[in-house]
Design a binder for this molecule. Structure first.
Ligand code: SF4
Length: 337
């Protein structure tokens, strides 16, 4: 188990639930737009949100953002340690730096301030910040060297991230880190790409690690809205069985026997139940031939017929309804739970 650290109200490591985070892409100087985005992310399930603090104007705005933000805010700082000091002074719950681009004096100042405020520091080493060949062992080694800089200053509330856009490299780097340190790990890819392929790459990388018990907080980095990152992150946690209080809709792959619009019904059920915190499974099956047997693992289900479909509850047919009433009937069962 990794050493727990606290970012505001959120514990990272120490067996705490794996948290989901994203990063704002508004201008930090635009306080209203940034706060609006943070509020949307929070409402969607973000546990933490990271905000860049690239210059003095942003540092001033950061102070106003922190005061009204509904979740703990992480300050992302590169190059200028004074921006980190300002963010810490404003109440940042955590600081993300790459010590290599801050310099030893700046790092020592940030550590001093973080110690005073008792907030953690995330060391983030990305493939793009390395000048020579990137290997998993090298990525992990650089991150651990950076952690050693902080340890030498008597600072141990550390979170580590090592990111590449390559799935195998990222997974191997985190496995190396996990074996060599007791600090909580922020996992994810960097520059993973478009939503379509980036989500698949991130699911493979983050999912592989989580299933091995590696990772304490996640970010699905996408070239997309931060809101999409939160949706993807929560889905990965659900798929890995790390979040169970939701309505899971399973559905058959369809074939020549399919009698109903399996995809349409499953999608609508998923959309209408996505915010419910109930641990339920609904099966949408296209026919009665295999559907009844295949839906046995679900709490409720439908097996499609030509005009009417069988509604299943606890492995038994409890009703037969016209096909245009399937969704309403299943939602009624969910509501009654
Ligand atoms: S449940 Fe029926 S319709 Fe769906 S894939 Fe199986 S056989 Fe085909």
């Amino acid at each position: 188990m990794k050493k727990p650290v606290k970012a505001g109200s959120v514990t990272i490591g120490g067996g705490a639930p794996v948290s989901v985070q994203s990063m704002t892409n508004t201008s930090t100087q635009d306080v209203q737009a940034t706060l609006a985005q943070i509020s949307r992310l929070s409402a969607m399930g973000a546990d933490l949100v990271r905000v860049s603090v690239p210059d003095e104007e942003s540092a001033t705005a950061f102070q106003s953002i922190i005061k009204c933000a509904p979740v703990p805010i992480i300050a992302d700082v590169h190059f200028d340690y004074k921006m980190a000091l300002s963010a810490i002074e404003s109440g940042a719950a955590k600081i993300r730096i790459n010590p290599a681009n801050i310099g030893s004096y700046g790092v020592s100042e940030i550590v001093r301030a973080a110690k005073e405020r008792r907030i953690p520091i995330r060391i983030g080493v990305n493939q793009g910040s390395l000048k020579s060949e990137v290997t998993p062992v090298r990525l992990a080694g650089i991150a651990l060297d950076s952690a050693a800089m902080l340890e030498d200053l008597g600072f141990f509330d550390i979170v580590i991230a090592v990111k590449s856009s390559d799935v195998r490299c990222t997974v191997e780097a985190y496995r190396e880190l996990d074996a060599r340190c007791h600090y909580p790990l922020h996992i994810g890819l960097t520059e993973s790409g478009t939503p379509a392929f980036g989500q698949i790459k991130s699911s493979v990388a983050i999912g592989s690690l989580l299933l091995d018990g590696i990772g304490d907080t996640i970010r699905v980095s996408l070239s997309a809205k931060p809101e999409d990152e939160i949706v993807a992150g929560i889905r990965i946690l659900r798929a890995c069985g790390l979040r169970r209080d939701f309505v899971e809709v399973i559905a058959c792959p369809t074939c020549a026997r399919t009698n109903i619009d399996v995809e349409g019904i499953a999608t609508e059920l998923e959309e209408k139940t996505q915010n419910l915190h109930k641990r339920l499974k609904i099966a949408v099956m296209g026919c009665v031939v295999n559907g009844i047997g295949e839906s046995k693992g679900a709490d409720f289900g439908v097996c499609g017929g030509k005009m009417q479909s069988a509604i299943i509850k606890n492995k038994k047919i409890i009703a037969t309804v016209p096909n245009d009433k399937i969704i309403a009937e299943l939602l009624k069962l969910v509501e009654e739970c």
